[in-house]
Design a binder for this molecule. Sequence first.
Ligand code: GLU
Length: 475
Amino acid sequence: MPSPDTVVTRFAPSPTGYLHIGGARTALFNWLFARHNGGRFLLRIEDTDRARSTPEATEAIFDGLRWLGLDWDGDAVSQFERAPRHAEVAHEMLAKGEAYRCYSTPEEITAFREEAKAAGRPPLFLSPWRDADPATAPDAPYTVRLKAPRTGETTVRDEVQGDVTWKNETLDDLILLRSDGSPTYMLAVVVDDHDMGVTHVIRGDDHLTNSARQSLIYKAMGWDVPTFAHIPLIHGPDGAKLSKRHGALGVEAYRDMGYLPEAMRNYLARLGWSHGDDEFFTTEQAVEWFDLPQIGKSPARFDFAKLENLCGQHIRASGDAALLTQLDAFFALQNRPAMDDNLRAKMLAAMPGLKERAKTLPQIVEMAGFLLEQRPFVPDKAGRKVLSSVSQSMLKDLTTRLQHASWAAKDLEGVVREFAQEQSLGLGKIAQPLRVALTGRTVSPSVFDMMEILGKEESLARIEECAESLTSQTS
Ligand code: GLU
């Protein structure tokens, strides 16, 4: 059992089929806060909507969290399975006089509202059963309603929004159990959070009003109200509500686009939280720094370009072997064949050059084309342009020189430089056609590094093949 002052947070998604980017940010904040405080981060699946709560939809949430590296403590709790406990609490409230049985029918409630509206009164339903003599109760279906205070105020202390106060006369006697005996969301959340020992509820500010009504349930039960932190929702770069076009996707879409999980964590942490001017940081630093007062009050704006830049920085900061492992997972995801040991060794050797400019995993794959693709290399358009001003004899002469070179990047560069000087050409005039010969492209890692990694035989074969293609073009 955690000690009484241990921080306990939770992420409580409803399974919708994927882990939405906004949900991922909420999960991250809860995870960071728990880890920062040496506390526990719990997961509860709010699966009371049986039509949507398929095992696949729940699995998609687990997958998203796992990919993001947000490990939860203990087993995930199913809210649906706890329905008997929710009902038990409702009955306890009945026994304590904090709740009552309401026999009003939906038609009566509608009629009440219409009358109130016509008379210019607030449409809040006031049940005649609140103070009725139980002896007069009919043998009919009933809902269980909270006997909410009619006067005074309810204040929620929110770590982000400050104190938020509601007049109790605006809060109705909310339903705890429906007439079929099933618990409402409002009751289930409170009972679950209490039973799970949740000390801090960090969630989207679309739940702020719920927190007032939920506070009333805590108070009716004599339970401690947790600390609330309602975080502003994420908006698009134009300030409008986040839409698919803006990046309101599931986290698996970001995984498929080849963003690194650590870059996602960094980026999502910055969406609404800050630590001074720090933009790039590690997860360890975020855990060390994270706290609630640094959560902003205004909506954060989602910005793809920023995410991509951060990802590039994380790629450069990653160890070569770690990146190779990420590539393995990315290949598996794309159903590409796994790399064999020989290719892995070459990829590892090439990694320092590959990660220099890449911002995502697909960009690394693109740069690694010289290793991943097979001969013959058909030059792309820019490559053809470079080759159009190259003579076959030049490439052949160069091949002869290279045949006698010692096969290390530094030495190869020396040989090519010397050759360029003899021909009174700039290095680029030789290196660029070489690049095209080796890769078919005009953008790649360093030519000399590539030659070293490919080895003498393969490099020369590529250059010769390219020279041959020039012959056939000119003949
Ligand atoms: N299940 C709710 C949602 O997905 C969250 C409830 C809560 O965090 O209290 O929006």
